[in-house]
Ligand binder design. Structure first.
Ligand SMILES: NC(=O)c1ccc[n+]([C@@H]2O[C@H](COP(=O)([O-])OP(=O)(O)OC[C@H]3O[C@@H](n4cnc5c(N)ncnc54)[C@H](OP(=O)(O)O)[C@@H]3O)[C@@H](O)[C@H]2O)c1
Length: 230
């Protein structure tokens, strides 16, 4: 059975990615830092007939990530798909000349280092897959093409750097497919009610990369199943 770990899968885009992958026959590991919410999301998938296991993981905490990799290997012997979905926008992410070092550090710790740290910890399990895939959930806000518009600079910088992590991992792991995805503007706690896309639409390219995209597609930034510029 194929396995997938999705971080931040207790709500929003991550939860829908987990739900859709379970529907495609994956054993999904619902990664969440909040045990109650993570268990609930895993139970909902199981109720619909999917195979789901809650895995406690705080991507901003090295010990938690290490413990999660150990816990995972007690249940499964390989990982086929890692979706680095967990992400934050920190309060105070206002204007580039006014954001504190602390806001920038906290944002990078989760959105950028978090993805790298989880990939590093799970790389030995991914190497046991026949076709390992890593999907980093990034954002058009991190795109350098076209310049910035001043919105949430710490968040946008963290996603630009996450895209850097993607190309570095793709170079270091030639047998893996490693890609960044912009889900579009999605109706979640982060995206807000006025966003233009449903969680299903936001999850679509992530699910496609996890299950159907060619394994040779790597080191790219995608939206709507198509490559976009960095
Ligand atoms: N929504 C959009 O319009 C949009 C657009 C572009 C990109 N994205 C990206 O899509 C991804 C998912 O966002 P979303 O819209 O679904 O947001 P969301 O509803 O706010 O969900 C974010 C998820 O990340 C988790 N998380 C945050 N920090 C974590 C940590 N240190 N360890 C583990 N989990 C952590 C949250 O857990 P808690 O419940 O415990 O907080 C939650 O499950 C993010 O990477 C985001 O940057 C979203």
């Amino acid at each position: 059975m194929k396995t997938a770990l999705i971080t931040g899968a207790n709500k929003g885009i991550g939860r829908d990615v987990a739900r859709q992958l379970a529907g495609k026959g994956f054993h999904v590991f619902v990664g969440a830092r909040n045990a109650k919410a993570g268990h609930k999301a895993a139970e909902e998938i199981a109720k619909d007939g999917g195979k789901a296991t809650f895995l406690k993981i705080d991507v901003a905490n090295s010990d938690s990530v290490r413990t999660a990799a150990g816990g995972f290997s007690n249940v499964a012997d390989h990982l086929d798909v890692l979706v680095n979905n967990a992400g934050i926008i920190v309060d105070g992410d206002g204007a580039i000349l006014e954001i504190s070092d602390d806001v920038l550090r906290k944002t990078l710790e989760t959105n950028t280092l978090g993805a790298l740290r989880v990939t590093r910890a799970f790389a030995p399990l991914l190497r046991k897959s026949k076709a390992p895939r890593v999907i980093n959930v990034s954002s058009g806000g991190g795109q350098l093409t076209g310049g910035a518009d001043g919105w949430a600079p710490a968040y946008c910088i963290s996603k630009t750097a996450l895209n850097g992590v993607t190309v570095q991992l793709a170079a270091a792991l030639p047998k893996f497919a490693v890609n960044s995805v912009c889900p579009g503007w999605v109706r979640t706690d982060m995206g807000g009610r006025n966003a233009t896309r449903s969680v299903q639409e936001g999850a679509d390219t992530i699910v496609w990369l996890a299950s159907e995209a060619p394994q040779e597609l790597t080191g790219k930034f995608l939206r709507d199943r198509n490559e976009i510029s960095w």
